[in-house]
Design a protein around this ligand. Structure first.
Ligand SMILES: [Zn+2]
Length: 299
């Protein structure tokens, strides 16, 4: 009896130890280290508002999130940081929509400042995550394999992908059709979305453009994890230059000048976001930055 008990006790202890090791391993594997030193305006709350027709701004002061509503549920593009989930939810509800009616989740790029709350929002809503093929591995490992910002730890919670998107694929829901435009460079699967919205007066072609800003400080020729980086930036800049639209928006509010075009409490005014000149000048600045980088990379 004694020996039997001793045997059982040892076995129990061994199983407990194995269990602790496994739990510890899983906990380490899932540890998320969101960068802490980020600009304060990234998480500053901002009142949600109607941009044009069934398109709404539900992001924070600078991290843009967009809600596209339909009778069959809603599409959410970008989430900001991990802590943004409750702010986005409050924004959606303040507009009179149900958070749980979000059916599709999209992102313009798989960086932590647009993906931080995606896993939590997916858990709450059960929505389908759709990602540009170039960013699918980064989304699945929470940013660890990102060519510029990657490392040993996830910087956001990994998200299960339900559909992988390719250039010019259509995302449809409740009569809305969004065309995904593959605009790589900033990340391997950065992308923009093109779609039409209408109100009772007018119809608008909207471009949510991922601006090809340069993330890496390394020379383009010194990035073995992304050999086509320079070619991709060049492709994206040319594609954005040729793109036509009425309204343009972007991943960061500061990129499209939200705070000069809109003040909280302003009345509905889609025309405030018609700004081809601002778009062209932004693309030109990015082109200059890119050419400077290419020149330095080949020295
Ligand atoms: Zn980014």
């Amino acid at each position: 009896m004694y020996f039997y008990c001793m045997y059982r006790c040892i076995l129990k202890k061994a199983l407990l130890a194995i269990n602790l090791i496994i739990t510890g391993f899983v906990a380490t594997a899932q540890k998320v280290m969101e960068p802490a030193n980020v600009p304060a305006e990234w998480s500053k709350p901002y009142p949600a508002f109607q941009i044009a027709g069934n398109l709404y701004y539900v992001g924070t002061y600078d991290l843009a999130s967009y809600l596209i509503t339909t009778p069959q549920g809603h599409i959410l593009i970008n989430t900001g940081l991990a802590a943004s989930a409750s702010q986005i939810r409050a924004g959606v509800e303040s507009l009179g929509f149900k958070f749980k009616d979000i059916r599709i989740l999209l992102t313009t790029q798989a960086h932590y400042d647009h993906m931080g709350a995606m896993a939590e929002i997916k858990r709450i809503t059960g929505a389908q995550m759709m990602v540009d093929s170039g960013d699918s591995s980064v989304v699945a490992d929470g940013g660890r394999s990102d060519y510029a910002l990657g490392g040993n730890e996830s910087v956001y919670e990994p998200v299960k992908i339900d559909r992988v998107l390719h250039d010019k694929d259509t995302v449809s829901l409740g009569g809305m059709h969004l065309t995904m435009l593959h605009h790589p460079g900033h990340t391997k699967g950065s992308c923009s979305y093109l779609f039409d919205v209408k109100d009772k007066w007018k119809s608008y072609r909207v471009l949510i453009a991922n601006m090809p800003t340069i993330v890496t400080e390394k020379s383009f020729s010194d990035i073995p994890a992304y050999p086509s980086i320079a070619k991709d930036y060049e492709y994206t800049l040319n594609a954005l230059k040729k793109q036509s639209f009425d309204i343009w928006l972007s991943s960061h509010a500061s990129q499209f000048g939200l705070h000069t075009k809109h003040k909280p409490g302003n009345k509905y005014d889609p025309a405030a976001f018609i700004d081809k000149k601002g778009y062209d000048s932004m693309i030109n600045d990015l082109q200059t930055e890119f050419l400077k980088k290419v020149k330095n990379s080949s020295l």
